[in-house]
Design a protein. Sequence first.
Length: 335
Amino acid sequence: METALCHILGIEKPIISAPMGGAAGPELVAAVSDAGGFGVIPLWGGPVEQVHSGIEQVCALTDRNFAVNLNLSFPYKDQLQACIEKKVAAVSLFWGMEPSAIETAKRGGLIVLASVGNSEEARIAADAGADVIVAQGWEAGGHVWGKVATMALVPAVVDAVDVPVVAAGGIADGRGMAAALMLGASGVWIGTRLLASKEATIHDLYRQRILDASEDQTEWYRELYDVDWPDAPHRALSNPTSEAWKDAGSPRPGQRPGENDVIGHRPSGDAIVRYQSHTPKPGTKGDVAAMSLWAGQGVSMAREIMPASAIVDEIYRDARRVMESGYSSLLGKQD
């Protein structure tokens, strides 16, 4: 299963880890890259020094290539320049479509992965020089840019551009990967499944909620967890905060129950308020169950805590098996 994506990124397995803010630290990114996939570390929203430090931490753990994820709705130009200066292999750009950012990254010698929510955005990104298009379906966990389901989005984007397309959203096992490749994708973007990895830096209660959840226990919200990141639709597990909000008639911000309530504290001691866009990390104190527990619709396939490398290997192995066995395996028939 060596695809065009493998050639561009210099990897053996066309599997990319999603840049899950707060959950995808250097250890997870390095483990995915060492396993033959491609790790992506989110380093936006902070000073340039944080970008330098994050890159250095990953480089201390692996000599394999990886990408830095930048959010185009936050200040990013200095952070992008830091990636160029540090000579990282690639940059992942999301939450916006700015051809100038792609062009700057390309001039700086970076491979560019651009996340999109529809085929028109894919064409714009490809025309600007993006090397890889990440087609994020509505099933994805965390912040969701578009409104089209993965199965409909991927072939539309594949037909629209002449660069490799990566399928994101709802893919958590080898069957999902095989399906994405059959739709024309050149690789897959894995997030929620990796929340159940040993390297994911999330609170134990959050991880247990991932392990226990069924496929219908995530919900898409236009603006529920909007403190610190407004106007950014997202998908998360249903929890006491979302249930109380729905019981109150799903009111708009400013009228929601318990707004500004302090429901916990970060390991640093900083307060976490209800409706804050925040990933609970180890050491978080308070009502963790009421915080933003990001998860995609593939959550029901995360049933065991494993090393990230084992998750990458399992998804890749099972995808190969499904594709090699063909329809007989899918239909439960013998050849």
